[in-house]
Design a protein around this ligand. Structure first.
Ligand SMILES: Nc1nc2c(ncn2[C@@H]2O[C@H](COP(=O)(O)OP(=O)(O)OP(=O)(O)O)[C@@H](O)[C@H]2O)c(=O)[nH]1
Ligand SMILES: [Zn+2]
Length: 363
């Protein structure tokens, strides 16, 4: 018998640790390191990290490095040396673009070259999946297993972790129940829980759609500001309600409510992006300055849910060609694209235009 957690469980634990500012031990073929998310690092812990190594670095994505004009030697990321006198405020300024314009970073940022960046890449992937800023302080340590045990820290083995990071975890249906809603009394809500401890996703089934025909379907990404608060900055709320209304009117449909807030960067980071938008950057530029790609969502999980419900063909309510391509790639036929154009306001006109110009959304 072994009660030891498996790699999925350890990754879930590592995400929780990073969110709390607890260091995680990373164990690779070329050495071991300690990683702490820049966003949750404290001055005290920074002192502890400095005591462990003379050469701490902050790993950032190439996107963030570009904004900071730091040289990138590792393709998708940079390992920026933390200078001797640098304090927590310096680290925060590297990680967070909030003050980029007010207080630009001084002096050249020195990128570390040579050696392996594999553990740094793993650390960034972990902070992204923890919905934190993708910036991590990494210090080398001599040995992983004993260090982790001595300090009660989570240890992640690089080789075991990597296959899980790019892959979506299996989703299991937890429960479903009848849910009459304004759009249709014949609603039924299904709850799905991923095996890796990440966010749950939902599906609302309207009526009893015929599984042998293309179903009217919508893949909706969570938008707390638009869906719940009625934000005028995007079109999510009106799109959600228009999709449900159309399903209600036709008597059948399936709406997936995917908890991929802020195109997969999480609500806190989306609000950071909004703050940058107030400084004049558009929705795509703001994501890049924060260190993210334009869109960090994985729509394949939508296909998984549809397949699990017995659907193989959809009439997809969307203006986003990437959703259509991803559906087709994962074996769900898109028999028809049903445009969904509602909710344009004076506030979101520029946002919608940027999506059309830079993200390929159909007008
Ligand atoms: N990062 C970021 N996310 C945003 C922003 N505005 C809206 N979102 C998120 O974007 C997602 C909605 O995606 P959209 O790009 O509007 O639309 P779509 O789902 O790709 O395509 P459609 O099917 O045509 O609606 C939701 O998760 C929102 O929270 C923003 O300025 N920055
Ligand atoms: Zn929105």
């Amino acid at each position: 018998m072994s009660l030891l957690p498996d790699i999925n469980e350890l990754l879930a634990r590592a995400r929780a640790d990073l969110r709390m500012g607890v260091p995680v031990v990373l164990d690779g073929e070329d050495g071991a390191a300690l990683a702490v998310a820049a966003e949750t690092l404290t001055a005290e812990r920074l002192g502890d990290l400095r005591a462990l190594s003379e050469h701490p670095v902050i790993a950032i994505t190439a996107r963030r490095a570009e904004t900071l004009k730091a040289r990138v030697y590792d393709g998708d990321l940079a390992r920026v040396e933390i200078p001797k006198g640098a304090d927590l405020a310096w680290i925060r300024a590297v990680a967070d673009p909030a003050d980029d314009l007010n207080a630009p970073m001084k002096g050249p940022l020195n990128g570390q070259r040579g050696g392996s960046a594999a553990l740094h890449r793993l650390a960034i992937a972990l902070t992204k999946s923890a919905r934190l800023l993708p910036a991590v302080v990494v210090v080398p340590i001599a040995e992983a297993t004993r260090f982790a045990a001595e300090h009660g820290l989570t240890r992640i083995n690089h080789q075991l972790a990597v296959p899980h990071l790019g892959e979506r975890s299996p989703l299991n249906e937890v429960v479903h129940a009848r849910l009459p809603i304004a759009a249709s009394e014949a609603g039924r809500l299904h709850i799905y829980r991923p095996e890796d401890g990440a966010e749950e996703h939902y599906a609302i089934e309207i009526g009893r759609p015929d599984r042998s025909k293309p179903v009217l379907a919508r893949l909706h990404s969570a938008c707390f500001t638009g869906d719940v608060m009625g934000s005028l900055k995007c079109d999510c709320g009106p799109q959600l309600h228009a999709a449900l209304a159309q399903m209600g009117a036709e008597g059948a449909g399936i709406l997936l409510y995917l908890n991929q807030e802020g195109r997969g960067i999480g609500l806190a980071n989306k609000m950071r992006a909004y703050s940058l938008q107030d400084q004049g950057f558009d929705t795509v530029e703001a994501n890049h300055r924060l260190g993210f790609e334009d869109d960090e969502r994985d729509f394949r999980l939508g296909a998984d849910i549809l397949r699990g419900l017995g659907f193989s063909s959809v009439r997809l309510l969307t203006n986003n060609p990437k959703k259509i391509a991803m559906m087709e790639k994962t074996g769900i036929t898109v028999a028809e694209r049903v445009p969904l154009k509602v909710g344009e306001t004076a506030y979101n006109r520029a946002y919608l235009a940027t999506k059309a110009a830079k993200s390929g959304h159909l007008l």
